[in-house]
Design a protein around this ligand. Structure first.
Ligand code: ZN
Length: 572
């Protein structure tokens, strides 16, 4: 007799940036009872992120089960063809069908709450509330319409993200940021429980982001090994991250108790890990020193001053000054992490001053992605594709491997790749040409490369836009799994984020589209269970298109962004 479907339902709880670096010590103190129970009753292990381990591409890999070369996202910014301008990514930037699109197309009912990169919301068979990269609650960020109002009525409020402030905040402000994050977690749980109880579902995913947003800001207060740790603040600000994790653990317990019966599989995942951030790496400055990048002659102001002047003049003017296509994109980037936002402004100013006729390569983003200034691709490209490009790439990779931390002698990038060896698929041509992978200890700065000589700089109050951050992403996120057929007390090895979509489809007894690069995490399951229910691969002939509303670029959205930025102290 053939066994029936593996599980009737799947509940996924996303904890953005959750890491065993925090979970393990907190669990040892008995502070995370629900996650500890998951480990006893189910399987657990690290979950390898994408390269780079950044939320936008990581969640895209999760939802499509493919590598960046197929879904086509390599950072928060994507290069505009034939220009040195950048657009900000959102759900529309992702090629390929999402897990919830596939399930919807097969008649399954889904509820998807606050997953990054889902704005504008797809028309799924169920409910979708978009997450990171959503303009705000005033935008049409739910499918169907009206969900926001419903949640406000039931739960009192609904928030997409915490308002992360930049710069140096007072201890009181930081503590209230912690309170706000905890309130947001509670609202998210309320929203999830309400939707789950009032709508039918086969697949439900609820996403919490406080574990990422606050880890950037609060790491040094908690981690006594961090160079900027202040013991005087350990009892107050040092308790914020543990409190956030305890609140998330409580949410995990509540959702499972209310929603997961014996026929429901539960997956708890993060998109990347976290660890202490200690130094900034000025990558474009390094490229300039190595002769790969040149600045226009006669530029007097450094980009930091220019950016500040421009910002003081008001956001509209600032953006107009920088590059007009930005205006229409502003609403998207304004709502993601502040460092990314600020770094982007700076990099645009810096790029405007580059002498492209003498520039072979430039870095973009906060991770370690480098692009050649390629003839035929970049408007003023100087590197000939083919042999010359290969030679520049080879030399650049060799140089990048030699870039060391002056304090420790360690290489800044523990791995250096050609984009073409990491990524494959129809969008591999948009990949960075050289990819340096660093640990959480370093934060890459791709602007502000003229005013100074040092490439690797310790964090401190004089570092203007990373000084208020002390945590950064790491490659290894977390996975907890429990449910029918899933082994108990088992540590799973070598699990990757891109394996989750096929694993979830398998869990629901669904065939896995052959286009997916991830694979079912077979070692999660008891061997006899697996033997009776072998995974099936199916041809995926469906058109890989999103379905959703057209974007609106309203003045209201832009004004909301301006206010948001002003509220962050960004327009002083
Ligand atoms: Zn993330």
């Amino acid at each position: 007799m053939t066994p029936k479907n593996n599980s009737e339902r799947v509940l996924v709880i996303g904890l953005d940036g959750a890491t065993f670096n925090l979970i393990t010590p907190l669990m040892a103190q008995g502070l995370l009872p629900n996650l500890a129970r998951m480990m006893q009753e189910g399987s657990w292990g690290t979950l390898r992120s994408t390269i780079q381990p950044s939320s936008e591409q990581a969640w895209a890999a999760f939802m499509t089960g493919t590598n960046n070369g197929k879904f086509g996202v390599y950072g928060f910014q994507k290069r505009r063809p034939d220009s040195y301008q950048f657009d900000y990514v959102n759900g529309r930037s992702i090629s390929g069908r999402s897990l919830w699109r596939i399930l919807s197309d097969r008649g399954k009912q889904v509820i998807v709450i606050n997953v990054p990169m889902t704005y504008p919301p797809e028309w799924v068979n169920g409910v979708l509330i978009s997450g990171l990269m959503t303009p705000g609650v005033h935008s049409q960020f739910t499918y169907p319409d009206g969900i926001y109002e419903e949640l406000c009525e039931v739960c009192g409020d609904y928030r997409i993200d915490v308002d992360i402030e930049s710069g140096q905040l007072s201890p009181e402000q930081l503590l209230s940021l912690g309170d706000e994050a905890i309130e947001m977690i509670r609202l998210r749980t309320c929203a999830t429980l309400h939707l789950a109880r009032t709508r039918p579902w086969d697949f439900l995913m609820a996403m919490y982001d406080a574990s990422d947003r606050l880890a950037h800001k609060f790491w040094k207060y908690w981690d006594v090994t961090h160079p900027l740790h202040d013991p005087a603040l350990a009892d107050t600000l040092g308790q914020v991250l543990p409190r956030i994790y305890q609140e998330l653990d409580k949410a995990v317990g509540e959702l499972q108790a209310a929603l997961a019966d014996e026929n429901t599989a539960v997956y708890i995942i993060s998109d990347h890990g976290f660890g202490p951030m200690e130094k900034a790496v000025y990558l474009n400055r390094w490229l300039a020193q190595k002769g790969y990048l040149a600045l226009k002659e006669g530029v007097s102001l450094d980009p930091r001053e220019q950016a500040q002047l421009a910002l003081r003049a008001g956001l509209r003017k600032a953006v107009h000054k920088l590059d007009s296509p930005w205006v229409s994109r502003m609403k998207r980037w304004a709502f993601h992490r502040f460092s990314g936002l600020k770094g982007t402004l700076y990099s645009s100013v810096a790029f405007a001053q580059m002498d492209w006729s003498k520039t072979q390569a430039y870095a973009l983003g906060t991770m370690g992605n480098i692009y050649l200034n390629l003839k035929g691709r970049e408007p003023q490209g100087i590197v000939e594709p083919g042999e010359e490009a290969e030679a520049v790439i080879a030399r650049l990779m060799a140089d990048l491997r030699k870039l060391r931390d002056p304090d420790t002698g360690e290489p800044v990038f523990f791995a250096v790749y050609r984009g073409s060896e990491l990524y494959h698929g129809p969008h591999a041509d948009k990949a960075p040409d050289v990819v340096g992978v660093k640990s959480h200890r370093y934060h890459v700065v791709t602007a502000d490369w003229q005013s100074g000589d040092e490439v690797v700089v310790k964090l401190g109050s004089d570092l203007h836009f990373v000084s208020d951050q002390s945590g950064q992403h790491a490659l290894d996120g977390v996975l907890f799994a429990r449910g029918p057929g899933i082994r108990a007390g088992w540590q799973v090895q070598d699990a990757r984020l891109m394996d989750m979509a096929p694993t979830i489809l398998y869990t629901l007894g669904e065939g896995i589209p052959e286009n997916m690069d991830g694979a079912v995490l077979k070692t999660l399951f008891a061997p006899d269970w697996l033997a009776q229910r072998p995974p099936t691969i199916v041809a995926d002939t469906a058109v890989a298109e999103r379905s959703g509303p057209d974007e609106d670029e309203s003045d209201e959205d832009r004004e909301a962004v301006r206010k948001h930025l002003a509220g962050l102290g960004y327009l002083d």
